[in-house]
Design a protein around this ligand. Structure first.
Ligand code: ADP
Length: 650
C-alpha cells in the first residue's frame, strides 16, 4: 500500500521535477553524456557545481522559512522587535542568492571554492559579525553543526574547504571576539560538552569527506583501468577477428554432431556459399553434405578422437552448387576443464589447383615413362628387326661376291631374291614407322571413295592366300547380321548405338542375336559405301597377316563382313595362340608385343597403325581372345562419313 502511494506521488509533476533535479545532482552515466570519458577532477568539478547548487537552495529556503517564522512571531507579538529579522538576515539571503546566480556563470565555475566558502560564511559568520557589532556575542552551535553536517553530507569533496569553513567560524568566535574583549568561554559543563561535540563533529565530517573522496578516486581509477582494459580487449578482439575474417584459409569451429558453429568468409567461399551465416545455416551434417566420400568424416573423427589433432587431412568436398573441390584440413579437438569434448576447430585450405597440378605432373611423368619405354622398345625392336635382315643382306651379298662365280644362275637368283625380299621387309618397316609419324602429326591423306566391299575383301584374301603356305585355310564370308553375336560389353554398346536402341530396350534384351534378328531391315547392304581403299587394305592386310602369323599351320582363318545400319563390320577370326587377357588393353600402343609372342618376329607397330586408320574412319576396333583358342578382331566402320552418325565413340 505504501508503495502504491509512493508510485502515485511520483506521478505528480512537481514531485517528478524534484526527482529529476535530484537525479541531476549526481553526475552519472545516465544523466551525463560523456560520463565514461570523465577524469576524476572533471567529475569532481561537475559534482561540486551540482551539489553546491542543491546546498545553496536548501540553505536559502532554510533561512527563508526562519525569517518567515520570525515575522509570524513578531506579528503575533511574541517578539517585541524585529531584531531577529534584521539587516544581517537580508544580507544572508542576498549572498546565498548571489552565489546561486554566480554558480551559473563561467566565473563561478572557475571559483567554486570561493562560492563554497562564501555561502558557508554567509550562513555562519554574518550572524557572528552582527553579534560582535551589537555586543551580544552568542555561539550558534546548532546552526554551525547543521551547516557542517549539511556540507559533509551534500558536498563530500574537497575536505580542505570544509576544514577552512569550520576553522574560520570557530576561529572568529573564539579568537576575534576574545581579542576584542568579549567573554566567549563560560566553561560551564554544557558549554564544554558543546565545544567537545563540535570538535568531534568537525573531525568526523572532514574525515568522512576525505574518505568518501578517496573512495571515489579509487573507483574512478578502477573504472579507468577497466575502460583501458576493455578497449585493449576490444582492439585485440578486433585484431583477431580481422585476422580470422581476412585469412586466406577457411577457419571453422564444428560440433561433434557435424554442424559449423563458426566459419570465416573464406570457408564460405571455398564451399561456394554467399556468407558464413548461410554456410552455418545450411550445413547440418558435414559428413553427408560436405564430404564426397562420407566415410571421410568417420576417418576424421577417428583420427581426431585418437590423437587430438588432424593434420593435412585431404578429401574431396561438395560445394553449394554441387561441384567438387579438394580440401586439406588441420584441426584439433577442444575440451572443457573436465576433459569433455566441446568442439573441433581448425583451418581448411582449397587445394584443388595443387591436386590438378599433381595430376598433371603424374600424367606427364607417366607419358615420359611411356616415352622412355617406347624409346627402349624402339631401340630393341630396331636392333632386332634391322640387324637380322641386314645380316641376311650382308651374308647373301658376301656369298655372291666370293662364291658367285662358282654358282649356277638359279642359285645366284635365289640369293638375289633373298636380298630383295629382305630389303622390301625393311622398307615396309620404315614405312610403318613413317605412317605412325604421319598419323600422329595429322599429315596422313584420307580419301574416302566409293568401294565394292565384297570384291575388295575377296581380292585381299586372294592376295594373302597366294603369299602364304597352302597349309592355312583362309576364307571370306558375307554374314547375316543375326549371326553377329558378341559378349563384349563395350562392343555391344557400340552395336546398340548403331542400331539406335534406347537404354530401355538394351536393358530388356536377352541376347545379341535376338536383338539383331528383330532388326533384319538394318542388315541390308547400303547403297553408297565410302571408304579409303588404301587405308582399308592396310587394316585388313595387317589383321589377316597377324592371324596367319600367330596361328599354327593348318589353322582356319576367316574374314567376315556384316552390314549393320549403314556400317560395315569386319571380323578377322583365327584359331591361333590368343592374347593374354591382361595384355589386351596395351595391344594398340606402339611397339607393344604380348609376352607369348617372343619367338615370333614382329615390330608391335601393326595394330597401332590399324587403330589410327580406324580412327580416321571414325570407326572402332575391338578384340576378343582366349589364349590357345583364338582371336577375333572386330572393326566397325561407318559407311556414310558425311554426318555425325559416323562417329562411334561411346
Ligand atoms: P607385331 O605383330 O608386329 O608384333 P602388331 O602391332 O601387329 O605387331 O601386334 C601387336 C601384338 O598383338 C602382337 O605382338 C601380338 O602379341 C598381338 N597380336 C596381334 N594379333 C594377334 C593375333 N591374331 N593372335 C595373337 N596375338 C596377336
Amino acid at each position: 500500500m505504501l508503495n502504491g502511494w509512493l508510485r502515485k506521488l511520483q506521478k505528480l509533476s512537481t514531485v517528478r521535477q524534484i526527482l529529476t533535479y535530484l537525479d541531476s545532482a549526481n553526475p552519472t552515466s545516465e544523466n551525463c553524456r560523456d560520463f565514461t570519458n570523465l577524469s576524476y577532477p572533471q567529475w569532481q568539478h561537475r559534482f561540486l557545481i551540482a551539489r553546491l547548487n542543491l546546498a545553496l537552495w536548501l540553505a536559502f529556503f532554510f533561512f527563508l522559512t526562519r525569517t518567515i517564522l520570525n515575522l509570524i512571531y513578531f506579528i503575533q507579538g511574541k517578539y517585541s522587535s524585529l531584531e531577529e529579522w534584521g539587516i544581517a538576515r537580508i544580507l544572508v539571503h542576498f549572498i546565498l542568492l548571489s552565489c546561486i546566480l554566480l554558480l551559473r556563470t563561467a566565473w563561478g565555475h572557475r571559483h567554486l571554492g570561493l562560492i563554497f566558502l562564501s555561502s558557508s560564511w554567509a550562513v555562519t559568520m554574518i550572524k557572528q559579525i552582527s553579534d560582535t557589532i551589537t555586543g551580544n556575542v552568542n555561539p550558534e552551535f546548532f546552526v554551525w553543526m547543521l551547516t557542517f553536517c549539511t556540507q559533509a553530507t551534500l558536498i563530500p569533496v574537497k575536505w580542505f574547504l570544509h576544514l577552512i569553513s569550520q576553522i574560520t567560524i570557530l576561529g572568529y568566535y573564539f579568537s576575534v571576539n576574545q581579542i576584542i574583549g568579549f567573554d566567549v568561554a563560560s566553561f560551564d559543563w554544557n558549554f564544554v560538552k558543546m565545544c567537545f561535540g563540535i570538535f568531534w563533529l568537525c573531525l568526523i565530517c572532514d574525515l568522512s569527506v576525505y574518505l568518501y573522496e578517496s573512495l571515489q578516486k579509487t573507483e574512478f581509477n578502477t573504472k579507468l583501468q577497466l575502460e583501458v582494459a576493455y578497449q585493449e580487449l576490444h582492439s585485440a578482439e578486433a585484431k583477431y577477428r580481422s585476422i580470422l575474417e581476412n585469412s586466406v584459409e577457411g577457419i571453422f569451429q564444428s560440433t561433434p554432431d557435424g554442424r559449423y558453429i563458426y566459419a570465416n568468409p573464406t570457408l564460405a567461399k571455398i564451399f561456394g556459399y554467399d556468407s558464413p551465416e548461410q554456410l552455418m545455416a545450411k550445413v547440418n551434417d558435414i559428413g553427408k553434405q560436405i564430404y564426397v566420400n562420407s566415410s571421410r568424416r568417420e576417418e576424421f573423427l577417428d583420427l581426431i578422437n585418437r590423437d587430438g589433432t588432424v593434420l593435412k587431412f585431404e578429401s574431396q568436398a561438395y560445394r553449394a552448387d554441387g561441384s567438387i573441390v579438394w580440401i586439406s584440413e588441420n584441426a584439433r579437438a577442444v575440451n572443457d576443464r573436465q576433459g569433455n569434448l566441446i568442439v573441433y576447430e581448425g583451418d581448411i585450405e582449397d587445394i584443388t589447383e595443387r591436386k590438378w597440378a599433381e595430376a598433371e605432373i603424374k600424367k606427364a611423368l607417366e607419358i615420359e615413362k611411356e616415352l622412355n619405354q617406347l624409346k627402349s622398345q624402339f631401340i630393341s625392336m630396331a636392333s632386332h628387326e634391322f640387324r637380322t635382315p641386314l645380316t641376311t643382306i650382308l651374308a647373301s651379298a658376301e656369298a655372291l661376291e666370293y662364291y658367285g662365280h662358282k654358282w649356277d644362275e638359279e642359285k645366284k637368283r635365289t640369293y638375289l631374291h633373298r636380298i630383295q625380299a629382305t630389303v622390301q621387309h625393311m622398307t615396309g618397316l620404315v614405312n610403318d614407322i613413317l605412317v605412325i609419324g604421319k598419323t600422329e602429326s595429322g599429315n596422313l591423306d584420307f580419301n574416302p571413295a566409293p568401294l565394292d566391299l565384297e570384291s575388295f575383301c575377296r581380292d585381299t584374301i586372294e592376295d594373302i592366300r597366294l603369299s602364304i603356305d597352302s597349309q592355312y585355310s583362309l576364307d571370306f564370308v558375307v554374314q547375316e547380321t543375326k549371326q553377329l553375336i558378341t559378349k563384349k560389353s563395350a562392343q555391344t554398346s557400340v552395336l546398340n548405338k548403331i542400331l539406335q536402341l534406347d537404354s530401355n530396350q538394351q536393358n530388356h534384351r536377352k541376347n545379341d542375336s535376338l536383338l539383331v534378328a528383330q532388326n533384319q531391315s538394318t542388315g541390308q547392304k547400303p547403297e553408297v559405301v565410302l571408304i579409303d581403299e588404301k587405308l582399308l587394305q592396310h587394316i585388313l592386310h595387317n589383321l589377316l597377316w597377324n592371324a596367319v602369323k600367330y596361328s599354327p599351320q593348318g589353322g582356319q582363318i576367316y574374314l567376315k563382313l556384316y552390314y549393320l545400319n549403314n556400317h560395315a563390320i569386319f571380323q578377322i577370326q583365327d584359331e591361333g595362340i590368343g592374347i593374354p587377357a591382361t595384355e589386351k588393353k596395351y595391344l594398340f600402343n606402339s611397339f607393344y608385343r604380348a609376352q607369348n609372342v617372343a619367338n615370333i618376329s614382329g615390330t608391335g607397330l601393326g595394330l597401332t597403325i590399324v587403330k589410327n586408320f580406324v580412327d580416321l574412319h571414325r570407326g572402332q576396333i575391338f578384340v576378343e581372345s582366349e589364349v590357345g583358342v583364338g582371336t577375333t578382331f572386330t572393326v566397325i566402320l561407318p559407311l556414310d562419313l558425311s554426318g555425325k552418325e559416323g562417329t562411334l565413340n561411346t
